[in-house]
Design a protein around this ligand. Structure first.
Ligand SMILES: Nc1nc2c(c(=O)[nH]1)N[C@H]1C(S)=C(S)[C@@H](COP(=O)(O)O)O[C@H]1N2
Ligand SMILES: [Mo]
Length: 410
């Protein structure tokens, strides 16, 4: 059985035995050591934001079932491109998150491979590591809403966050196992009680998928998948399996329970749209945004975030007249592939009614559509998006004469 040429690269750990006897950080304390270091308690041990900062994840209501939790990132309160880990949005389809002792945790890679392998966390950390800034976005993000929740950029668009993820490229681990020629998919499994499972094409797995153990410089947070999570850059975050424990190399998608429920959008014609992995170009103005209030006419910087599953954000255009005219916004460095990109646009409000909106163009030249354009592509009415996923339409915010900001989507 031949191996993929890609897996013929240098292997780092030839056998499990090579690791035996290697103990991380096992230094013997010197005799001169005396008192244990003093460890502060509570807020001094791990700092918290000011009590005056309005940094809270929110949700649109009580979870409908105990097995679905959705908490959204307060995009309107944040600057730059990194989401603080404690504010990362949260989407769980599990009955309580697993409480995993990293010393007990194992990652198994098996299936159509020459050498099935199991890795401990210590072993994973011996591999060459990479740190990459990537967004995650739920495919249910940005669905247009009706009712009071639509007046909040957090509740409409806050199912996306951006972190610096550190870990081992899945391609490195797969090379270690020797992927066989006929393999074409992987099936990734989490340690949730209901074994959250997702199929991912092998090409993406070998391209840039990352087995992450750290997020923003510290271990991945429990709600984000501690101690190990898969990051699948630019793809709908339902693929980013948390509490990763198994990668099964196979030759077809498995249509596991969670993906058969989450994969498909029902198209306007009643057919299922399957496997829409990549997220389209998107942007949203986060300030000023729905629910906020401009204190009065004068200078007001418009700022927001843009991102695309297609790679790098090439440009963002901003309109202050509801899309009749656009001007290019400034992109703040760094501008990275599959990462949130911060844009800024200087604006002077003259006190008249205005409609602010942003439009993202990615490196492939794909342009974020208006809701009307998006509906036309699918031969649907705009109502379709009020119950479908993968909406990446332009978000207009209306500034009234009194300075109040409201959602101007129909
Ligand atoms: N094991 C596991 N992985 C999971 C999920 C889950 O419920 N269990 N939810 C998925 C969904 S729907 C999304 S949108 C992202 C959310 O990641 P976050 O909670 O870290 O923001 O994780 C995905 N990975
Ligand atoms: Mo999701």
């Amino acid at each position: 059985m031949g191996s993929h040429p890609r897996s013929d690269r240098r292997r780092f750990l030839t056998s499990g035995g090579a690791l035996a006897g290697f103990v991380m950080g096992a230094t013997r304390p010197g005799r001169s050591q005396t008192a244990a270091p003093y460890e502060p308690q509570g807020l001094l041990a791990y700092g918290q934001p000011s009590r005056f900062a309005n940094l809270v994840r929110r949700t649109t209501g009580r979870p409908t079932t105990i097995t679905d939790t959705a908490l959204m990132t307060p995009l309107q309160e944040l600057d730059g491109i990194i989401t603080p880990s404690g504010l990362h949005y949260l989407m769980d389809h599990v009955n309580g998150i697993p409480d995993i002792d990293p010393r007990q945790h194992r990652l198994l890679l098996h299936g159509m491979v020459d050498r099935p392998l199991t890795f401990t966390m210590e072993e994973l950390k011996r591999f060459p590591s990479v740190s990459r800034i990537h967004f995650l976005e739920c495919n249910a993000n940005s669905r247009p809403l009706r009712g009071p929740n639509r007046e909040s950029v957090q509740l409409v668009h806050g199912r996306t966050s951006c972190s610096e993820w550190t870990g081992v490229l899945l391609s490195v681990l797969l090379a270690e196992c020797g992927v066989q020629q006929q393999a074409s998919w992987i099936v990734a499994e989490g340690s949730d009680s209901n074994r959250y499972t997702m199929s991912i094409p092998l090409g993406k797995a070998l391209d840039d998928a990352l087995v992450a153990y750290a997020q923003n410089g510290e271990p991945v947070r429990p709600h984000q998948g501690y101690p190990l999570r898969l990051v699948v850059p630019g793809w709908e975050a339902i693929r980013a399996v948390k509490w990763l424990r198994r990668v099964h190399v196979v030759d077809q998608p498995y249509m596991a329970w969670h993906e058969s429920g989450n994969n498909a959008d029902t198209r306007p014609d009643g057919k299922g749209l399957w496997f829409r992995f990549e997220l389209g170009p998107k942007s949203v103005i986060t300030r000023p945004s729905g629910g906020q209030h401009l204190p009065g006419p004068g200078f007001c910087e418009i700022t927001g975030l843009a991102w695309s599953g297609g790679g790098i954000v090439r440009r963002v255009d901003v309109s202050t007249d509801g899309g009749r005219t656009y001007r290019e916004a400034e992109l703040q460095q760094p501008v990275l592939p599959h990462a949130h990109t911060r844009f800024r646009f200087p604006w002077r409000w003259n006190g008249e009614e205005a409609v602010l909106q942003s439009r993202c163009t990615d490196q492939r030249g794909e342009v974020q559509p208006t809701i009307e354009e998006a509906a036309k592509i699918l031969n649907a009415t705009i109502d379709y998006f009020y119950q479908a996923d993968h909406f990446n339409g332009i978000q207009p915010w209306k500034i009234a004469r009194d300075g109040s900001v409201t959602n101007a989507l129909p």
